[in-house]
Design a protein around this ligand. Sequence first.
Ligand SMILES: [Fe+2]
Ligand SMILES: [Fe+2]
Length: 246
Amino acid sequence: MALFAIGDFHLSFQTPEKSMDVFGAVWRHHEEKIKRNCEALVGPHDTLVITGDHSWGRKLAECEQDLTFIEALPGRKILLRGNHDMFWDAKRTASLNRRFAGKLSFLQNNFFAYEDYALVGTKGFTFEGPFYLDGQGRVIGWDEEREAHAKMLVERECTRLRRSLDAAVAAGFQKFILFLHYPPTNILEQKSPFTDIAEEYGAEQVIYSHCHGEERFHDSLQGVVRGITYRLVSGDYLDFKPVRIL
Ligand SMILES: [Fe+2]
Ligand SMILES: [Fe+2]
C-alpha cells in the first residue's frame, strides 16, 4: 500500500474551449500523461489524493466525462475541492459521496483513513495580492480591501479544516496528513492560520497545489518547516507524475 498525491488536473473533456494546451508544452495532452503516469505508479490497493481543480465544467453534468476519467485511474481516489470546482458545493459533499460511492471519495468536513493515518483537509485560502512592488521588486504594499476579504475566507476554511481534524480525533486518530488546495502561506508569510493548525494537531505533512507556472512554484513553504514536511503537488509542477507521500 502507498499514498500518492497530485492536483490541478483542470480537465476539459466536455468543455474543449477551456483546454489547457495553450499554457505551454507541459500542458499539451496532459490528460494522457496523467493516465500513463498513474497507471505506471499507482497500484490497485494504493490511495491517490487529488488536491482540487479537477474539471472546468461548471455543473456536475458538464464534469461527467472528467470524473469518469478520474474514476478510471488506478487505486482509491480521494478528491479535495479546488477554487475552480464549481460542480462541488461544500454543502453537497455528503450527496457526492453517496452518488459516487465505491468510485470516488470527496474530502470536506470529514476524513479518510489510510493505515493509522487520518487524511484530512479543505480547500484553504491565501491572500494572493495584488501586491505593489518598488523598482527592485520588493513588496511595498497591497490591496487592503481584498486582504480583508481574504481573511474572512481563511477563517471559514480554518473552521472547515478543524471540523475534518476533529472528526478524525474523535475517531481515535493521532497521525494526520493534511491536504489543502491553496498554498498554506502566501509569498510574504512564513506562517499562517493553516500552519498554526497543522502544528497544533501535529500533522506530519501538509500537501497543497494550486500554484501553476515556474514563477509561482516557490510562493509557499516547501521541505521541513518547524517539524512538518510541506509539499507542492500541482500537476504542472510534477509534470503530471503523482508523488508518493507515504
Ligand atoms: Fe489550478
Ligand atoms: Fe486552484
